[in-house]
Design a binder for this molecule. Structure first.
Ligand code: S3P
Length: 429
């Protein structure tokens, strides 16, 4: 689908709510399936990635009821999954493939997982290595790419220190550790999002974080029977926060956003470069912090992202690059090698689209620099089949000097099918 985006005619205003958090929803779906009894999940996203996870769980013998405002997952306990008669399609979702592999490596049956063209080029050796140390048998295309053939077997608990900051790798090891006797420990040099730890604790597992170690006791009794409400996705909120900062006079409220401290560094960073962002009505849901965000347009200074901050904002960097171009001093991103292996090589796809809009960008192997005080020219852009690239450049288009076209704009639907209608809702008529 090609989408035409008009420049904003005036301030962006109003109140919106967002789809449920994609990261949390994957974990809710997988962990509910191996808990005892039914779990009701409200605000489960319609996005393609989370639906891929649900379908995989169904293929593994789990009953999933799709009701109007919730899904009910009829968990069968730690030993309740069954072999799928067909290969498991993870679609575009790296989280589905990497985390589910942890569960499947410990099952008494063989599974094959595959994905779309983008996922088929993403590295899986990062999970194959620790799972191999646990005793798993996994084969992959060229020893590191999907499809993955997993011959499930009994695994051993390990201590593992991932060489990259990755919540998917940490979660994969922890999910495999559920099926092992004894303690599985993941040591993180840079702390990553901790949704898996929170969800497992909610379901009754014994899991603690001490300094940089996450320690899980194996073979827990995961207790279902709960109702969970997925908080709004802060990574989806990022597009609207940046939109409000780009368009003068804007004033937006975003309700019910997940504000887990391992994800909300975005708000700290925006505040540090000049954003006026208020958090209202803070509460808790399923162990996660949730609140409303109010943002008003303000001049943005620009800044540097590096180290742990880059890791914490990795999904938001495409849209922050857009903000950087219009800031006073620009945006420098360092230590972002991981961007090269997301749904696209996001350093390349960000630079390509910025370039098409006449925006200067200096590309480095592990980052880039976008000088500030630049203007966006109307252009024909491309999502390159990457949801966050589609949405980031729809936001850039709001600030362009004429209508922009985005090729393959429907890529947004893997995390945010309602993105374009939400954008229309807040755009001045
Ligand atoms: C995710 C972790 C991050 C993130 C991805 C979702 C998760 O990936 O980029 O969108 O749900 O755990 P990595 O673990 O590869 O850093």
């Amino acid at each position: 689908m090609q989408k035409s985006i008009q420049p904003a005619k005036g301030p962006l205003t109003g109140a919106i709510s967002l789809p449920g958090d994609k990261s949390i929803s994957h974990r809710y779906a997988m962990i509910s399936a191996i808990a005892d009894g039914p779990t009701r999940i409200q605000r489960f996203p319609a996005g393609g990635d989370n639906q891929s996870t649900l379908r995989c769980m169904e293929q593994l013998g789990i009953q999933v009821e799709r009701l109007e405002n919730e899904v009910v997952i009829h968990g069968k306990g730690l030993d309740g999954l069954r072999a799928s008669s067909t290969d498991l399609d993870c679609g575009n979702s790296g989280s589905t493939m990497r985390m589910l592999s942890g569960i499947l490596a410990a099952q008494p049956f063989v599974s094959t997982l595959f994905g779309d063209e983008s996922l088929s080029s993403r590295p899986m050796d990062r999970i194959m290595k620790p799972l191999g140390q646990m005793g798993a048998s996994i084969s992959a295309h060229n020893e590191r790419f999907p499809p993955l053939r997993i011959e499930g077997r009994k695994l051993n608990a390990i201590r593992y220190k991932p060489p990259m900051a990755s919540a998917q790798v940490k979660s994969c090891v922890l999910l495999a550790g559920l099926f092992c006797e004894g303690e599985t420990i993941v040591e993180e040099a840079i702390r990553t999002r901790d949704h898996t730890e929170i969800v497992l604790r909610e379901f009754g597992a014994d899991i603690t974080t001490i300094k940089d170690e996450v320690i899980l006791q194996g073979r827990p009794n995961l207790v279902g029977g709960k109702t969970l409400i997925v908080p709004g996705d802060i990574s989806s909120a990022a597009f609207f926060l940046v939109a409000a900062l780009l368009i003068p006079g804007s004033n937006l409220s975003i309700y019910g956003v997940g504000l887990n401290p391992t994800r909300s560094a975005l708000l700290d960073f925006l505040a540090s470069i000049g954003a006026q962002c208020k958090i209202l009505d803070i509460g808790q849901s399923g162990g996660e912090v949730v609140g409303d965000i109010q943002i008003k347009h303000a001049p943005i200074k620009g800044g540097v992202l590096e180290g742990a901050m880059t890791a914490a904002l990795i999904d938001e960097i495409p849209v922050l690059s857009v903000l950087g171009a219009m800031s006073e001093e620009g945006l420098t991103v360092k230590d972002a090698k991981e961007l090269r292996v997301k749904e696209t090589d996001r350093i390349a796809t960000v630079a390509e689209n910025l370039g098409r809009m006449g925006v200067k960008v200096d590309v480095e192997p592990a980052g880039f620099h976008v000088p500030g005080k630049q203007k966006f020219k109307a252009a024909q852009l491309d999502s390159f089949h990457d949801h966050r690239i589609a949405m980031a450049f729809a936001i850039a288009s709001l600030a362009a000097d004429g209508p922009c076209l985005i090729d393959r704009a429907d890529a947004a639907s893997v995390s945010f099918p309602e993105f374009y209608s939400t954008l229309e809702k807040i755009s001045a008529a």
